[in-house]
Design a protein around this ligand. Structure first.
Ligand code: 5GP
Ligand code: ZN
Length: 112
């Protein structure tokens, strides 16, 4: 999607600190971290929200969770939170699906 900031991050139009990339996903550091470690896992496919996820996306979303676990462990975390904000009423601000990885200290979920 041309007006999506996460699509622009994925295609390099907007800079980001990438910590992982493969053919399906990109992992970036959150620009406004709410925890000492705050990483976002983005699918390269534009899906606006988990509320718009289709059955065909279940392997992709599972891959996001697996890569989230890998980058969390590579960041040295022994435990962490994994969060999808879903739609405006669920706290979603950027309408391109992303999995938050939060760890390394106290995490106030109201701020995430
Ligand atoms: P949401 O509330 O939609 O689940 O979370 C969006 C997240 O994206 C927020 O934690 C916010 O800090 C992060 N974010 C917004 N714009 C950018 C950006 O341009 N670059 C990066 N790295 N993170 C962003
Ligand atoms: Zn997008």
């Amino acid at each position: 999607m041309t007006d999506c900031i996460f699509c622009k991050i994925i295609n390099g139009e907007i800079p980001s600190k990438k910590v992982y990339e493969d053919e399906q996903v990109v992992a970036i550091e959150d620009i406004n971290p709410k925890a000492p470690v705050h990483i976002l896992i983005l699918p390269k496919k534009h899906i606006s929200s988990i509320a718009e996820m289709e059955k065909e996306d279940e392997n992709l979303i599972g891959h996001m969770i697996y890569i989230g676990k890998k980058v969390a462990q590579e960041a040295g975390l022994k435990g962490w939170k994994m969060l999808f904000n879903v739609e405006k009423e669920g706290g979603q601000i950027v309408f391109h699906v992303h999995l938050h990885i939060l760890g390394g200290g106290y995490v106030n979920l109201k701020e995430c």
